[in-house]
Design a protein around this ligand. Sequence first.
Ligand SMILES: Cc1ncc(COP(=O)(O)O)c(C=O)c1O
Length: 384
Amino acid sequence: MTGIYLDHAATTPMLPAVRDVMFSCMTGGFGNASSLHGFGRRAKATIEDARATIAEAIGCSPREIIFTSGGTESDNLALFGAAALAQGKRRIVTTAIEHHAVLHSCAQLERQGFEVRYIPVHKTGQLQWEALERAIDQDTLLVSVMYGNNEVGTLQPIARIAELARQRNILFHVDAVQALGYCDIDLSALPVDLMSFSAHKLGGPQGVGALYCSSRVKLGAQMFGGGQERKRRAGTENVAGIAGFAAAVAQSLQFREQRQQNARLLRQMMQDELARSLPEHAFVVNGHPDEAERLPHILNVSFPGISTETMLMRLDLEGIAAASGSACSSGALETSHVLLAMGLEPEVAGSAIRFSFGDGNTEREIIAAARTVATIFKSLRNKS
Ligand SMILES: Cc1ncc(COP(=O)(O)O)c(C=O)c1O
């Protein structure tokens, strides 16, 4: 495929080291990790090596890692697994801007009789602290807040929430799917109970992820079958996927700073070039204005007067892949719940485009993409 890929928050190209590890697993080590023979033992050893690599990278014990089929399953396992052992507590607290893997799980838990409180956010996308403090009480089982938002990149005050939750004896789940690979996650210093990860956001394969589950926490299994993953997640493990995930984590640890800097540079370059190529007030940047309070690889921009769908289609015709950020698995775009929760006017929310950068992007691509956006903008404006 040729073109300019600016949708790394949706998925990333697989790293060559990941591909190599997976290829050798699939061709040389095809055993079932539950089998007692040599093939099985080798597969098991591959999984345990991967578990140790990932655990070391995020500062936890290997026993605290549960491999899953990705971020969605990890979020589901965290929420439904905690709810299964609620011991009478009926309240869950989350934010209005979580990924649908959390929000739709919460909606299902509401149907099962739980009360869910959705904390509003400021215009920057950061949660309203006082509202969080007010929302939690002795009936609260779990607080679930994402590390960094997948649409606008805003980071949440995870360490501060973790302290609060621990003081009040409430479980704390963090969806860190977009953060792994860009943020320094050290669970030995962070009192979080559950944390979700996904391999394909950092150069690993699609369809594999992990849930960190602190040894303090008991989780009700959501899949029933074999005794894999210490009876917390039944099913034959995706050995090649897990090995690929660990290879991606190892690389991201080695190159994290470089990757952060590169993404920051590309993001700024895109924003500057848009400003140079477009008339004043033609676009607004959504999210947190402070670099320290956002993920480096996501730039969310609105072009009021031009719908998200129109801009995305025109960009696609020019070979540029960007996104709306909101769920569009049905093919139809909905206005982003994240941008609406941030209080953006419907016209601003309905014209937002998410550009997300990755290792393979070059400065030339970014300049070309920004200029193409400007050309499309001007041609559409001239028509209206
Ligand atoms: C913040 C966040 N959580 C969860 C998910 C779901 O992860 P997966 O695609 O691995 O199911 C995503 C994917 O975009 C995400 O961005």
